[in-house]
Design a binder for this molecule. Structure first.
Ligand SMILES: CC(C)(COP(=O)(O)OP(=O)(O)OC[C@H]1O[C@@H](n2cnc3c(N)ncnc32)[C@H](O)[C@@H]1OP(=O)(O)O)[C@@H](O)C(=O)NCCC(=O)NCCS
Length: 335
């Protein structure tokens, strides 16, 4: 029997129109364009429109991915939405998105913070490889700025909104070749929204203390990211039988340019083989990797046969790396 693989057959993204620049942030908090640019590499980010929420962004990215894959609503067997900024704690953002897309399939969220897309990739590949699904819609979507404290200069300069989506389908050719995931819950306090669930429900007091917003120990998260990501990348490469030299492109979670360049140094991979677009998006958490994929696809920088490493890290603490053989032809007129 031929092995079943899960291959990406469609990709799409959506970025809100409203651009918030570093100069705009200078008017809100005691910061400077120079500080933000040198410490993070971020110059601007997109802010979700009033009236829109995570599932709206998710649905817009998904429509494009489905169109490019030539997949109709009734062909989607499973919808997975990775998000750190769900519409609600209950019901799932996947259920909200499913209704907006007119799908009839099961729908579930993965909440592994900025690693959610890589966790979702593992689940999507597993259900396809096992024959339990033929077509999975996997989305990473965030209206994260709604959960950011715009009086806290240590976090508000870093994050942005957006969504990216992929269609994964059963194929005789790889596809997703390996995914390695990790979690270390002892680091939960390093990146957390303290008042957001059953441990500490949102109360008037919690809101007054701004505990319903993201809190982060930036330097600890930095050290964690540069420790786990090179290791996870090497593990995923080994699991797929490849070496670093085989990689066409490393696509890291877009959190911080300094994190990315430290990862480059530790892995010994040249800057040209590492994708970075965070200057214009900021950290879009679960959305950053599929947004990067769509940007690369639409600009004709991906060709069938390219070997990609998708690597993510975030709250939990969580991390993950996936090795992916790209199978889509570049759009007409590109590539
Ligand atoms: C957040 C981060 C950019 C901060 O950079 P850093 O070099 O570690 O800076 P520090 O936190 O040590 O702060 C240095 C100084 O800058 C100040 N500072 C913090 N944010 C600032 C801002 N936006 N503007 C100006 N100054 C700021 C601090 O108050 C501190 O001042 P002090 O020395 O007077 O106390 C960095 O730690 C980081 O990128 N961490 C990873 C974050 C991340 O990617 N999280 C998401 C993971 S999914």
């Amino acid at each position: 029997m031929t092995k079943r693989f899960a291959a990406i057959t469609g990709v799409g993204s959506y970025l809100p129109e409203h651009v918030m620049t570093n100069a705009d942030l200078e008017k809100l908090v005691d910061t400077s364009d120079e500080w933000i640019t040198t410490r993070s590499g971020i110059r601007e980010r997109r802010i979700v429109a009033e009236g829109d929420t995570t599932s709206d962004l998710a649905a817009r990215a998904a429509v494009l991915a489905m169109e490019r894959a030539g997949v109709q609503a009734d062909e989607v067997d499973l919808l997975i939405v990775g998000t750190t900024s769900p519409d609600y704690i209950m019901p799932s953002t996947a259920a909200m998105t499913q209704a907006k897309l007119g799908l009839a399939c099961p729908a579930v969220d993965t909440m592994a913070a900025c690693t959610s897309f890589i966790y979702g990739l593992q689940y999507a590949a597993a259900v396809i490889e096992s024959g339990r699904a033929d077509t999975v819609l996997l989305i990473g979507a965030e209206a994260l700025t709604r959960l950011i404290d715009f009086t806290d200069r240590s976090t508000c300069v870093l994050f942005g909104d957006g969504a990216g989506a992929v269609i994964l389908q059963a194929s005789d050719e790889p596809g997703v070749e390996a995914v390695v995931l990790g979690a270390d819950g002892t680091g939960a306090e390093q990146l957390i929204i303290p008042a957001s669930g059953a441990a500490q429900p949102v109360t008037v007091g919690a809101v007054e203390r701004h505990e319903h917003y993201v809190r982060m120990n930036g330097s600890e998260v930095f050290k964690f990211a540069v420790r786990v990501i090179p290791k996870a990348t090497k593990q995923a490469l080994a699991a797929s039988g490849h070496s670093l030299d085989d990689l066409t492109l490393l696509i890291p979670h877009q959190a911080n340019e300094r994190i990315i360049s430290t990862i480059e140094d530790r892995l010994g991979i040249s800057h040209e083989r590492v994708y970075c677009n965070l200057a214009s998006t900021g950290n879009t958490s679960s959305a950053s990797i599929p947004l990067a994929l769509d940007d690369l696809y639409t600009s004709g920088r991906l060709s069938p046969g390219d070997l990609l490493a998708l690597v993510g890290f975030g709250a939990g603490l969580t991390w993950g790396a996936g090795i992916l053989r790209w199978t889509m032809n570049a759009p007409k007129g590109k590539g």
